[in-house]
Design a protein around this ligand. Structure first.
Ligand code: ZN
Length: 71
């Protein structure tokens, strides 16, 4: 995941330190997001915390569509 994101935070796009990383769920649990790789990304722990349970409706819709199509 680190190499995939080139060491950049998925939320603010700034470089991350390896000791300041959180695994962020693109779609939070409370919206039905799962633990699968496609729903995970790396972010600063502070960015992850400030983001909490907010999610773009477009992303949520796409996620649910993918899940529906692939079941
Ligand atoms: Zn960040």
């Amino acid at each position: 995941m680190w190499d995939e994101q080139l060491g950049l935070c998925a939320l603010c796009r700034e470089p991350m330190q390896r000791d300041d990383i959180d695994v962020d769920h693109k779609i939070p649990f409370s919206y039905g997001g799962g633990h699968e790789r496609a729903n995970l990304q790396l972010a600063h722990s502070c960015c992850n915390r400030s983001r909490r349970n907010s999610v773009a409706p477009r992303d949520l819709l796409r996620y649910l569509e993918d899940r529906y199509m692939n079941r």
